[in-house]
Design a binder for this molecule. Structure first.
Ligand SMILES: [Zn+2]
Length: 98
C-alpha cells in the first residue's frame, strides 16, 4: 500500500534553496521534485508517471504537499529562517548565495 507520495528529483528545474508557495503566505518550502503516481502499467513496469505537480515540504516539516509548479516563487537563502521556516524571520538566516 502506498503511504507516501513519490517524486523524481530534478535539481536543474528546482535549483533554488527554497520557495514560497501561493496559498501558504509567509512560509518557505523545499521542493523535493516532480510528483509521480502509478498508472495502469506500473504494476508491470515499476515506473510511475509524472502528475505535472511537484512535491514540496515546509521547512522543518516532512509532510509532502502536491503543488502546481506555477505557484512556486524562488527564494534566496537570506529570505527565510532555517529554524521556523518563516519568510522574513531573522533568527537563523544563512547567507550562502555568494
Ligand atoms: Zn525563525
Amino acid at each position: 500500500m502506498r503511504t507516501r507520495k513519490n517524486y523524481e528529483v530534478d535539481n536543474a528545474a528546482f535549483s533554488a534553496v527554497a520557495y514560497s508557495v501561493a496559498g501558504y503566505r509567509g512560509v518557505a518550502f523545499h521542493v523535493l521534485g516532480w510528483e509521480t503516481a502509478p498508472d495502469a502499467d506500473t504494476e508491470w513496469t515499476g515506473y510511475e508517471e509524472r502528475t505535472g505537480n511537484v512535491l514540496a515540504v515546509m521547512v522543518g516539516d516532512d509532510y509532502r504537499h502536491s503543488v502546481d509548479p506555477s505557484d512556486l516563487t524562488p527564494l534566496s537563502s537570506r529570505e527565510y529562517c532555517r529554524d521556523c521556516g518563516q519568510i522574513g524571520c531573522g533568527c537563523n538566516v544563512i547567507d550562502d548565495d555568494d
